[in-house]
Design a protein around this ligand. Structure first.
Ligand code: HEM
Length: 486
């Protein structure tokens, strides 16, 4: 009996290394080996790397660097050390799919520009809306993009937007100073959503907008969740949030239609803009296209702008010399203005402020990774990117790599005295899906810096707060500051 037990134990102990071996190589055998066999005898090869554990892939390693070590860029650095640089491509298995990581400027640019071979494929399209800009492909995307860009990114729209947002900015800053101590992350979110509410569909701050804010939060949580549609799951909740939001926007759309019929529209918001525009053939967007794109634009422009504004306050508190120069420039332009708020023409003259904007966006790394799907097998400089694999464009690494930016963790607006080296600065993505709101984001940030710098002083309460990197990079205290009027 004793001998049998010992034999059993010996077998189990003997099997453990074998089990470990199988687990370690499972994904390699399942995903990489078939591709390697196919490429056998050709000049092509699969990018170097390791596919990680079954189901999880390299998720544990990713979390190790992003959550535990809190050195996110070492995730890529460790690959470079282990497998060499090559062309900046590494194979992996992450976020549920076999994937190729791209982390060097040239290859990232190549992927952005080969938009037939690499498409943007959102997992839960129903949450974002089947007619939204981020979801549609090909000609439908080109047509829709014209509408959206005209509505938010052209000088005429930006001029109107600048006039609309500034009173809200001033009111928000005044309320922060009256409180005295705020968590910037929460406040910039609240304030950005209020701005979005008024800009996008003329919703004034109030209980309805607060409800919409909560609904958006629920919606965003479900964007990349597993599509299990039963109560309790993030996806189910996101579907419910989407339904309620659509009802609210549809009601607003009907009111707007009636106003248009009776010629009673006084203020034009983004929804009006999308409703009224016509393409070359004289066709307007359908109601559903308008609704889906309003939702898409809020998702795309909400957290991104709020997080960038938070980082601006953080870095300016850390770099008083930068704040001093920013303040001088903005006070000077303010003194030149006889009355009213500054315009986008004034903003274009704020040279130093625009450099602060660029440096903030570079360092904020709001969109760390951009996802693409290879629609066919693609060759790139001797490497093969297999069909149906994801391509993870690690744009964060472009902006934090000392080979691309000198002393990259230093907040130095003067680095923008010269343009960045080609391909090294892709905060807004690239190719035909480059951020449709990039000018809007820049203008909003510049206006925020203007009002903040001329009227307020603030200090970090926890200047040494540690950083977190998921879901967005931020100091752990959400940037607590004491703030007062100058
Ligand atoms: C600092 C702020 C922002 C950053 C860093 C940012 C970044 C990005 C990036 C990297 C993409 C490309 C995604 C991809 O290729 O898959 C993108 C797309 C997009 N962004 Fe932004 N964004 C910002 C603000 C905004 C704002 C304010 C809006 C509009 C209100 C906006 C609207 C969009 C839209 C509609 C797309 C999809 C474009 C398309 O698929 O054709 N973004 N953004």
């Amino acid at each position: 009996m004793e001998a049998t037990r010992e034999m059993l134990l010996a077998c189990i102990l003997g099997a453990l290394p074998l089990l470990g071996f199988i687990l370690w190589w499972w994904n390699e055998i399942w995903y990489a080996v078939p591709v390697k066999l196919r490429l056998w005898g050709t000049d092509m090869k699969l990018p170097p790397g390791h596919m990680g554990l079954p189901l999880l892939g390299e998720l544990v390693t990713f979390l190790w660097y992003f959550k535990v070590r809190r050195r996110p860029d070492d995730f890529i650095n460790s690959k470079r050390r282990k497998y060499g640089d090559g062309v900046g491509l590494y194979r992996t298995h992450l976020f549920g799919s076999p994937s190729i990581i791209a982390c060097f400027p040239n290859v990232i640019k190549h992927v952005f520009q080969s938009h037939d071979a690499f498409i943007l494929e959102w997992p839960n399209k129903d949450i974002l809306g089947y007619n939204s800009l981020a979801v549609v492909q090909g000609k439908a995307h080109t047509r829709l993009r014209r509408f959206v860009v005209d509505a938010i990114n052209k000088p005429a729209s930006l001029r109107r937007i600048a006039a609309l947002v500034q009173p809200r900015m001033v009111a928000a800053l005044e309320s922060w100073a009256s409180i005295g101590k705020i968590r910037v992350r929460n406040e910039t979110k609240k304030f950005t959503f209020q701005t979005i509410g008024i800009l996008f569909a003329s919703f004034e701050p109030g209980p309805l907008l607060d409800t919409m804010d909560e609904l958006f939060h629920g919606l965003v949580q479900g964007l990349r969740a597993q599509p299990f549609k039963f109560p309790g799951t993030a996806y189910y909740h996101a579907c419910q949030c989407r339904k309620k939001l659509e009802e609210i926007f549809r009601e607003q759309l009907e009111i707007k239609k009636k106003n248009m019929e009776q010629d009673r529209n006084t203020e034009i918001d983004l929804m009006d803009g999308l409703m009224q525009m016509k393409d070359e053939e004289g066709n307007r967007l359908s109601d559903q296209e308008v609704l889906d794109n309003i939702v898409n634009l809020i998702v795309a422009g909400y957290e991104t702008t709020a997080v960038a504004s938070m980082w601006a306050m953080y870095y300016l508190a850390k770099y008083p010399d930068v704040l001093k120069r920013l303040r001088e420039e903005n006070i000077a332009i303010n003194q030149m203005k006889k009355e009213g708020f500054i315009t986008i023409e004034d903003v274009s003259k704020l040279n130093y402020t625009n450099k602060v904007v660029e440096e903030t966006i570079r360092m904020a790394n709001v969109a760390a990774i951009i996802f693409r799907l290879a629609t066919r097998e693609v060759e790139y400089k001797g490497y093969t990117i297999p069909k149906n694999w994801k391509v993870l464009l690690w744009i964060r690494y472009l902006h934090t790599n000392p080979e691309n930016f000198d002393d990259p963790i230093c907040f130095n607006p003067d680095r923008w005295n010269e343009a960045a080296r080609p391909g090294t600065y892709q905060v807004f993505g690239g190719g035909h899906r480059i951020c449709a709101g990039n000018m809007l984001a820049r203008i909003e940030l510049a206006l925020f810096l203007h009002h903040l710098s001329i009227g307020y002083r603030w200090e970090l309460i926890n200047p040494d707060a540690r950083m977190i990197y998921l879901s967005h990079p931020a100091p752990i205290d959400g940037v607590e500051v004491s703030i007062s009027k100058i």
